[in-house]
Write a protein that binds this ligand. Structure first.
Ligand code: FES
Length: 73
């Protein structure tokens, strides 16, 4: 299975979203949505983008976000 690295509906990579978010000072999925950048349709990407904004990571394993967080994190 491929990596999760884009908002399919908006055809934009997480890397590109991250660059825009930094440039525009956007810090949440809701703000990115409001600017029409991503997460405007199925919202499957939203938890990944939230994690990206927290960690600067731009590529995830499918299902990675649903895994319980480590207790030692
Ligand atoms: S993949 Fe981002 S809204 Fe559908």
């Amino acid at each position: 299975m491929g990596k999760v690295n884009r908002c399919i509906c908006s055809n934009i990579t997480f890397q590109e979203i991250q660059t825009i978010a930094k440039d525009e000072g956007l810090t949440s999925v809701e703000q990115l949505q409001a600017h029409g950048i991503c997460s405007c349709n199925c919202m499957l990407c939203a938890p990944f983008i939230t994690r990206m904004l927290e960690t600067s990571k731009t590529e995830f394993e499918p299902g990675e976000i649903q895994k319980p967080r480590s207790r030692h994190a």
